[in-house]
Design a binder for this molecule. Structure first.
Ligand SMILES: Cc1ncc(COP(=O)(O)O)c(C=O)c1O
Length: 380
């Protein structure tokens, strides 16, 4: 990410901390990298990674569609003007409201189990999500294509579900596969796409192959794209992809201020952001890069902990930092994906503001919540 320490300091001064900051240029660059690798594949942004309306509007204007997994996400997509072919409605346990909203907007549904053939609105466009039963290179909680996972139909079931969709009057476009998130090894995708193409003799040609998302930030995008294209060609299908994290992670940072330091068995720097603003370290043991926006003659190894009364509220361990003065700023990198999106109001903490940097200027794209925002729905 290209934001200078000066511009980050300006944003923190203007909007306070904790603060999520986004760099429009990096978001555009990530989309350009995806398009360079995947050519004319249709891109659906998995908005679970970051549903901020300003980012959605920017992606929508760039011709990107949306993959939605809740009535709220569908409402966001509609709010920014997306409909029809630019909408995918996905999820393992869709509600009646989600089927109805998807149908009203003309979305394509991703069918996750055979029962859904009878639950879909009449004459729906549909893809069948296939679970390729593979162990992949990511945290267990991020793996969605393992044999025991709750997602998709089995390889064995998939051709029958396509047939059942057609028999029920739906437009069965093709197959979908998404094996997990933050996947490091491009070979995992090769294996998954290979298991799908093995179905070719039983499915016949298909209109669409949706290769999902899940690409680790340092994964070989061109290699994954090559394999995805080959799989789509095997079916004579158009290729669709659903990146979430890859598009927005590096465009975002979480800015937090040093509240103080403490020496127990370890050396802690206490900051004003924690698990409520960046859950991934606690949830998945995720490691985010850390940038200190100050300097000092002495450096040491520090654990960076948040304000929550939870022992697990530690954002990073054993990070080399200059001795931290109170009030100094720290930036957590790769926080554009699943940062704000997973933030919570636990402890009646106000969710942070979000600001976008473009052409040398900051714009507030979400105001900081107040305690009243957090409890307003309880005043019934
Ligand atoms: C079906 C589907 N597609 C795409 C994504 C996006 O994954 P990522 O953000 O890792 O690219 C997810 C994330 O869980 C998903 O479930």
């Amino acid at each position: 990410m290209s934001l200078s320490p000066e511009s980050l300091t300006d944003a923190a001064r203007e909007y306070g901390t904790p603060l999520y900051v986004y760099d429009a240029a990096e978001l555009d660059a990530a989309l350009a990298r995806v398009r360079a690798a995947f050519g004319d594949a249709r891109v659906y942004y998995a908005m679970k990674a970051n549903p901020n309306l300003t980012l959605l509007r920017r992606l929508h204007a760039a011709g990107v569609g949306f993959e939605c997994v809740s009535a709220g996400e569908i409402a966001r997509a509609e709010h920014v003007g997306a409909a029809g072919e630019s909408l995918l409605v996905n999820g393992p346990a869709k509600s009646g409201a989600e089927y109805a909203a998807g149908a009203r907007l003309g979305a394509t549904f991703i069918v996750d189990r055979d029962e859904e053939v009878a639950l879909l609105p009449p004459a729906s466009r549909a893809l069948v999500r296939v679970n390729p039963a593979l162990a992949v290179s990511t945290h267990d909680h991020l793996a969605t294509g393992a044999a025991g996972s709750k997602f998709g139909v089995t390889l064995e079931q998939a051709p029958g579900v396509l047939d059942a969709l057609r028999a029920a009057g739906h437009d069965a476009l093709g197959l979908h596969v998404h094996i997990g998130s933050a996947i490091r090894d491009a070979g995992d995708f090769t294996a998954a796409f290979g298991r799908l193409t093995d179905l070719r003799d039983r499915t016949g040609p298909l209109a669409v192959l949706d290769a999902g998302g899940g690409w680790g930030l340092d994964a070989d995008l061109h290699g994954i794209a090559r394999e995805a294209r080959a799989a789509a060609e095997a079916f004579g299908a158009e290729l669709w992809v659903e990146p979430g994290r890859y598009l927005v992670a590096r465009a975002g940072q979480l800015l937090t201020r040093v509240v103080g330091t403490k020496r127990t068995g370890r050396h802690f720097v206490l900051v004003d952001a924690g698990m409520t603003e960046l859950l991934r370290p606690m949830l998945y043991g995720a490691v985010h890069s850390v940038t200190a926006l100050w300097d000092a003659p002495e450096h040491g190894l520090w654990d960076i902990a948040g304000p929550a009364c939870e022992s697990g509220d530690v954002l990073a361990r054993g990070v080399t930092l200059p001795t931290p003065p109170r009030g100094a700023l720290l930036a957590f990198g790769e926080a554009g994906a699943y940062g704000a999106a997973m933030s919570s109001a636990y402890l009646t903490r106000s969710r942070p503001a979000e600001a976008l940097y473009e052409d040398g200027h900051w714009t507030l794209v979400r105001r900081r919540e107040t305690p009243q925002d957090v409890w307003v729905a309880e005043e019934v």
